[in-house]
Every structure is written in structure tokens, then in C-alpha cells.
Design a protein around this ligand. Structure first.
Ligand code: GDP
Ligand code: IMO
Ligand code: MG
Length: 420
């Protein structure tokens, strides 16, 4: 029995969906622990692309138990649409009774908050994630389990709606939401999703006790974590190993393996600092070749070189047992490849730890180690052969961070993967 957590080590979109789908082969349970439909996880099976936002990446396997954990925020309409879009057989689905519900006013508020922020605009996905987690922290949220009881729905709405409407009015956003209209929506959600709602912590722990392999599928990435990300340009949950345990209702000591997923380069969607960003032809080339456009919003992703200062922080917080390095194929056939090994501060000092202050970070410039590129002709995935130059690059990353590399990904498909 093994519990494996898959964590995005950068700013999201590292390829967690692909790695989860790959590792799911040997697992019984795939659980999402945090985030909501701000996530976009792409899985390619036999050349067919599946984009999942809320459903765990094990849903496409018929024998898999898929869990939407207590730390997730659920937009029931999105979940129902995703279920309806699946063709063929699917795995089982369970939703934690403790997971909070994204209500229509949360999505409206997300837009209002963003447009009021001026240069501090985060560039959220606009899905109501932050406002829903705010209500959770303010103790006026509505949970999936609450939908099962009419009286509780009404009681909760009577508390949450006036406060959210006051906020909407503050942002000048009109709405015609009423307790009655929302009650009808909640009842419809209950009719369609009620059977999936359960105590998911008990369920996951029973599988662990039975000796089943369990995968905790992270969403987002450590550097948009609410605690350790580039605050305030972050999401509202904790995409860390600790967040994975809490958000799926298991003890942290039950986690055996933590796979940190990192691209061989770096991308970011939305605003916020990005020390190794490439605002030139190289960045454009990576964006086009890597098809770096958001799965959720379609926005072009900002691209840059791999940053080991960032990864040191990710590993410090998450304790990676190994790394899965994705999209190495996108860097093939380049003359040279850079890796940021440290930052230089304004006074010329070397900085080895990712600063928490954004003004401090803005004054940092990356110090690069330059690697000769490799040729795609030197790759033979079926034989596990990679070019010497790629091996040197990987060895350097692994030795610098003192983390072994367990998976090398050279394409979106299941068979474009080498296990180390
Ligand atoms: P996630 O949010 O971490 O699951 O990542 P996304 O699905 O948003 O973005 C990763 C994209 O890269 C998806 O389109 C994947 O199909 C694709 N992908 C994953 N691994 C590789 C790889 O090794 N090479 C290439 N070319 N594409 C990959
Ligand atoms: P996956 O799971 C990349 C970013 C948004 C924005 C910030 C806050 O696919 O890796 P939010 O809507 O969460 O309040 O937006 O976080 N963001 C992501 N970026 N991948 C994601 O998920 C993301 N989820 C949120 O772009 O900058
Ligand atoms: Mg994504």
C-alpha cells in the first residue's frame, strides 16, 4: 500500500494531470484535495485529449474510485457538465460532504474584486474560487453536505446572501439573486449530485487500511499557495503536501511518497513576479511549441527558464521524494538551455532563497548556468534512451536540489514517459 501525493512545484500547469493519469495505472483511488475549477488538467489517451477541471484524473478509468475531497471548492454546474461530457465508462465518484459549494454570488464577486484592484489585479480564473474560500474562512459557507437538508440550506443562505450582496453592491454589481431562487438551485444540485456526497475522509482512510494504492492529485502549484506563493498574486488554497493531507482527510504521516512535478522550463498564467521570464523570441518559441495556453481560460502563459531557487522553496515546504520533469521535448533542438541557480540582489549579493517580499524579489536578477542543447534525434523513449546533454541537465537539477528524478516526460501521451 502506498499513498502518493502529486504536487505542482511551480506556478501550476506542470503536467500534474498527465503524471496522475500515468501513475493511476497501479492505484485504486485518485483524490483531489484543494482548489476547484480554476484547475485545468489535460490527459491524452490514445491521441484523444481530455480536459478536466473538477473531476479527478482517475475518472476515465472504470475501476477507479475518484474522490473530491473536503478541501476542494465545488461548482456543481461545472461538475455536472464534466460528468455529462464523459463518453464511455467512467470510474466511481464521491464528493466530500465537507467540501464547500461555489455559489453564483461567488463568481460575480470574483469579477468585482478583480476589477477594483487596479495594478494589483491577480488575473484570477474568474470562477469564484477566492470568494468561496473567503466565505469558508468567515464561517458562512455552504457545504455539499448542507445541500441534503432543506432547513439548513435556507438557514445558510439567509446568512450568506445578505453579506455577499452587500459586497456586490460595494463593487457596483447588480444581481437579482434571492434566497428563494438560490434554494431552488440548491435543491436541483442535491437531486443530481446528492448520491455522490459522503464522508470522503472515512472512505479514503478505509482504502488505505485495505492496502490500496491511493493518489492525491494536487491542483495549482506551490508558488501560488496562499501561504508560500507570491502573495497577493496567489490562489486561495494550499497546493502543498500538507494541504493534500488535510484536504483529503488523511493524517500527514500516511503519505509515503511526494512527487514534485516540474516543467523543464517555467510558465505562469495571470499577474505576479516572474524573475526568469523570457519576453523575447525564445519565450515566444517555447509558448508556441509547448502550446502554452491556459486549459481553463485559454490565456497565453508567460514562459521563462527553469528556476532552482523557486524549486528549493517548493521542496522545503513539500518534501519531495522525487521529481517528475515534464515537457523536456519542448526544449529539444535549442542551441542552449539556461537554468537559474541563484538570484543577484541590488547590492550584488547572491540570494539562494526565494524572498517573501515582492519588492525585494523585483530587484533580483537571475544567475544562470548555461547548458548545451540536445537533439531530438538522440531520444528513443521505447528504449529509455535520452541524449547525453539532456542527462547532464537532469543530473544537475537533481544534484542541485538533492532530489532523485523518478519520471521524465517527453510528450503528452502515456507512452511518452520514461521511468528512472
Ligand atoms: P496540469 O494543470 O499540471 O495538469 O497541466 P496542464 O494540463 O494545464 O498543462 C500541461 C500541458 O502539457 C497539457 O496540455 C499536457 O497534455 C501537456 N504535457 C504534459 N506533459 C508533457 C510533455 O512531457 N511534453 C509535452 N509536449 N506536453 C506535455
Ligand atoms: P492547475 O491545477 C495555473 C492562477 C490564476 C491566477 C491565480 C488566482 O491547472 O495547475 P484563482 O482563480 O485561483 O483565484 O486565480 O492563480 N491559477 C492557476 N494557474 N494553473 C492552475 O491550476 C491555476 N489555478 C489558479 O491564473 O493567477
Ligand atoms: Mg493546468
Amino acid at each position: 500500500m502506498t499513498v502518493t501525493t502529486i504536487i505542482g512545484a511551480q506556478w501550476g500547469d506542470e503536467g500534474k494531470g498527465k503524471i496522475t493519469d500515468y501513475l493511476a495505472d497501479n492505484s485504486k483511488v485518485v483524490a483531489r484535495s484543494q482548489g476547484g475549477n480554476n484547475a485545468g488538467h489535460t490527459i491524452v489517451i490514445d491521441g484523444k485529449k481530455y480536459k478536466l477541471h473538477l473531476l479527478p484524473s482517475g475518472i476515465l478509468r472504470k475501476d477507479m474510485v475518484n474522490v473530491v475531497g473536503n478541501g476542494v471548492v465545488v461548482n456543481p454546474d461545472v461538475l455536472l457538465k464534466e460528468l455529462a461530457n464523459l463518453d464511455g465508462e467512467r470510474g466511481q465518484l464521491f464528493i466530500s460532504d465537507r467540501a464547500h459549494v461555489i455559489m453564483p454570488y461567488h463568481k460575480l464577486l470574483d469579477g468585482g474584486e478583480e476589477s477594483s484592484k487596479g495594478k494589483l489585479m491577480i488575473g484570477t480564473t474568474g470562477n469564484g474560487i477566492g470568494p468561496c474560500y473567503s466565505d469558508k474562512a468567515s464561517r458562512i459557507g455552504i457545504r455539499m453536505g448542507d445541500l441534503l437538508d432543506d432547513d439548513i440550506i435556507i438557514e445558510r443562505l439567509e446568512k450568506a446572501l445578505p453579506r455577499n450582496q452587500a459586497l456586490l453592491a460595494h463593487y457596483g454589481i447588480d444581481n437579482d439573486l434571492t434566497v428563494d431562487s438560490l434554494f431552488e438551485i440548491c435543491k436541483e444540485w442535491r437531486n443530481q449530485l446528492g448520491d455522490f456526497v459522503t464522508d470522503a475522509s472515512l472512505l479514503v482512510n478505509r482504502h488505505i487500511d485495505n492496502g490500496d494504492n491511493v493518489l492525491l492529485e494536487g491542483a495549482q502549484g506551490v508558488h501560488i499557495d496562499i501561504e508560500y506563493g507570491t502573495y497577493p498574486f496567489v490562489t486561495s488554497s494550499s497546493p502543498t503536501t500538507a494541504g493534500a493531507a488535510l484536504g483529503s482527510g488523511i493524517a500527514p504521516s500516511k503519505i509515503d511518497n511526494v512527487v514534485g512535478v516540474t516543467k523543464a522550463y517555467l510558465t505562469r498564467v495571470g499577474s505576479g513576479p516572474f524573475p526568469t521570464e523570457l519576453e523575447d523570441k525564445v519565450g515566444e518559441m517555447i509558448r508556441e511549441k509547448g502550446q502554452e495556453f491556459g486549459t481553463t481560460t485559454g490565456r497565453p502563459r508567460r514562459c521563462g527558464w527553469l528556476d532552482l531557487v523557486m524549486l528549493e522553496l517548493s521542496n522545503r515546504i513539500c518534501g519531495f521524494s522525487s521529481l517528475a520533469i515534464t515537457k523536456l521535448d519542448i526544449l529539444s533542438d535549442m542551441d542552449e538551455i539556461k537554468v537559474c541557480v541563484a538570484y543577484k540582489g541590488e547590492d550584488g549579493s547572491e540570494i539562494n532563497h526565494f524572498p517573501s517580499s515582492l519588492s525585494h524579489l523585483a530587484k533580483c536578477t537571475p544567475v544562470y548556468k548555461i547548458f548545451p542543447g540536445w537533439s531530438s534525434s538522440g531520444i528513443d523513449i521505447s528504449k529509455g534512451i535520452i541524449p547525453e546533454e539532456m542527462k547532464n541537465f537532469l543530473d544537475f537539477v537533481s544534484e542541485s536540489l538533492n532530489i532523485p528524478i523518478s519520471i521524465v516526460s517527453l510528450g503528452p501521451g502515456r507512452d511518452e514517459t520514461i521511468i528512472f
